[in-house]
Design a protein around this ligand. Structure first.
Ligand code: CP
Ligand code: NVA
Length: 330
């Protein structure tokens, strides 16, 4: 079965850790691994706007010796004119992987079910798992470890970032807290899935409405826009609802003394975070942004190896990780 990366818990704790290790290697030796030599092409499809994801996949695929094919849905047949599975059946004849930023998770699942090449979620309404690989890489660099760290996500608990923090953080053995207004709680199913994963890894999950309760003693404080892509028509009511969830110096004072601040960007200074915090000494947002490149390169190398590319007949995770490590260091 083809391995895809549609949500954070598609990876086990060991697999997630292996990908972060490959990312460390690739960051230390940026042009040393060429698993996409040929060049093999990777299709990167956007239904929504992007700066970081577009650039990091384009540059990363090039770094790996491949050829990036950046597609906007607006001028392709996908997006009402052709189904995700028909699109995938065509693309798989020519490309080695498909990366897609879209709205509904169901479209990604349909595309993945219909193709033999790996499909990567480059952000959906429900999850942003590539961002979380970069965030975990960044937290590990700054904190030395993931398991046992406490991370507090403040704001839209129903957003892709909050839900990915629950799944990816639990997978890493972290203590994940989300503070959100009750009507913007994470989906009950995602919370349950995160709780099950946390029970396996020694992590924990806590969803509250009080930002101070979430931030108290936290090692990492995270927020994101209050108005995710696709929610623009709700902007004014969201600004009102989330007004008490701004990350400012007063809220950061409740975190651990050496806590760091993260934001996937783009940011609306003065809304979900003050300029003092995001541009202050605890902010590690630029490392976080750079790590999109290294984390996604590692993910692509790992997926190609796990799916038997490069002569590695490795359909399971452990072998895939070994093959990817070989690919990463070749
Ligand atoms: N963080 C992130 O995914 O940014 P872009 O929307 O610019 O890709
Ligand atoms: N939650 C944001 C993330 C942007 C990278 C959105 O979906 O718009």
């Amino acid at each position: 079965m083809t391995r895809h990366f549609l949500r954070d818990d598609d990876l086990s704790q060991d697999e997630q850790s292996a990908i972060l290790d490959i990312a460390d290697q690739m960051k230390a030796d940026r042009w040393g691994a060429k698993p996409l030599a040929g060049p093999q092409s990777v299709a990167v499809i956007f239904d929504k706007s992007s700066t970081r994801t577009r650039v990091s996949f384009h540059v990363g695929i090039s770094d790996l010796g491949g050829s990036p094919l950046i597609i906007s849905t607006a001028n392709s047949q996908l997006g009402g004119k052709e189904t995700p599975s028909d699109t995938a059946r065509v693309l798989e004849r020519m490309v080695s992987a498909i990366v897609w930023r879209t709205y509904g998770q169901a479209g990604l699942e349909e595309m993945a079910a219909g193709t033999t090449v790996p499909v990567v979620n480059a952000l959906s309404d429900d999850f942003h798992p590539c961002q979380l690989l970069a965030d975990l890489l960044t937290i590990r660099e700054h904190r030395g470890t993931l398991a046992g760290q406490t991370v507090a996500f403040i704001g839209d608990g129903a957003s892709n970032m909050a839900q990915s923090y629950l799944l990816a953080g639990a997978t890493a053995g972290m203590h994940v807290r989300v503070a959100a207004p009750a009507e913007f709680s994470p989906s009950a199913q995602v919370v349950t899935d995160a709780e099950h994963r946390a029970a396996e890894t020694g992590g924990s999950v806590l969803v509250v409405t009080d930002p101070v309760a979430a931030v108290a003693g936290a090692d990492v404080v995270v927020t994101d826009t209050w108005v995710s892509m696709g929610k623009e028509s709700e902007k004014q009511s969201r600004l009102d609802t989330f007004a008490g969830y701004r990350v400012d110096d007063a809220l950061m004072a409740h975190a651990a003394d050496d806590a760091v601040f993260m934001h996937c960007l783009p940011a609306d200074r003065g809304y979900e975070v003050t300029a003092e915090v995001i541009d202050g000494p605890r902010s590690i947002i630029w490392d976080e942004a750079e790590n999109r490149l290294h984390a996604q390169k590692a993910l692509l190398a790992w997926l190609l190896a796990a799916n038997g590319a490069n002569g590695a007949n490795a359909a399971n995770g452990a072998n895939g990780a070994n093959a990817a490590t070989t690919a990463a260091t070749a």
